[in-house]
Design a protein around this ligand. Structure first.
Ligand SMILES: Nc1nc2c(ncn2[C@@H]2O[C@H](COP(=O)(O)OP(=O)(O)OP(=O)(O)O)[C@@H](O)[C@H]2O)c(=O)[nH]1
Ligand SMILES: [Mg+2]
Length: 209
């Protein structure tokens, strides 16, 4: 398949959250429960069709170990989009979002403008062990200026395809390749009139001095 567009997408987040497993599931459709820690970064390419346009997505899967963090700014350069991943069963992995984001943003060049970052909670199949509520993640989505929040499971496959469809579509919209989705116009509602508050009576009696 010859691509009409190629986009670089970085996946970053703490060690063990499931970045490599997500990438594998998306590339092969299989769940791998014996992944090894990623050393540095591994790069893959996946072809997909978004709104009838053939797109090649270059996926940069980063090692989440502390010692690899310093490499992120170097590799972030030229990204069209990114995924920050945390594990819904490990609260500490959510709290690291801001730090990872700083490293990622440091690496963006002056031409890497308006880069959408998708906020992804992993291991949704382990719902009973959840320590991060969806509400808290949605709040952080706004605070850290991620463009959207989504939860997924590489084990069941839930939302895996969607993650890349949503992100690549957003990239294409921001680059003007696809038209922006218009928000529906607010429904017309009658203006509400209320009686003005009666003003306090003005004292007009005699003035004694
Ligand atoms: N139950 C469950 N386990 C998962 C899921 N995704 C990943 N895992 C497991 O989590 C462990 C770590 O996954 P990795 O994909 O290697 O994590 P990573 O984020 O790439 O880790 P680093 O490369 O060290 O940064 C593995 O044992 C995976 O099988 C998931 O959706 N559900
Ligand atoms: Mg990995």
């Amino acid at each position: 398949m010859e691509a009409e567009a190629t986009y670089k997408v970085c996946i970053f987040g703490e060690g063990g959250v499931g970045k490599t497993t997500l990438t594998r599931r998306y590339l092969t459709g299989l769940f791998d429960d014996e992944t090894k820690m990623t050393l540095g970064a591994s790069i893959h390419i996946k072809y997909q069709t978004v709104e009838g346009i053939k797109v090649a997505t270059q996926i940069w899967d980063f090692g989440g170990e502390e010692r690899f963090k310093f490499m992120l700014p170097v590799y972030a350069h030229g990204s069209a989009g990114a995924i920050f991943m945390y594990d819904i069963t490990r609260y500490a992995t959510l709290k690291k979002g801001e730090e990872w984001l700083t490293f990622f943003n440091q690496g963006l060049g002056s031409s890497d403008t308006d880069v959408p970052i998708l906020f992804v909670g992993s291991k949704l199949d382990r719902e009973s062990e959840r320590t991060v509520s969806a509400e808290e993640a949605v709040r952080l989505t706004r605070d850290l200026n991620f463009f959207k929040h989504i939860e997924c499971s590489a084990k069941t496959g839930e939302n895996i395809e969607e993650i890349f469809q949503i992100l690549v579509k957003e990239i294409m919209q921001r680059k003007g390749v696809l038209p922006k989705t218009e928000l529906p116009a607010p429904a017309y509602s009658e203006p509400i009139y209320s009686e003005p508050e009666p003003s306090p009576p003005i004292y007009s009696g005699p003035i004694y001095s």
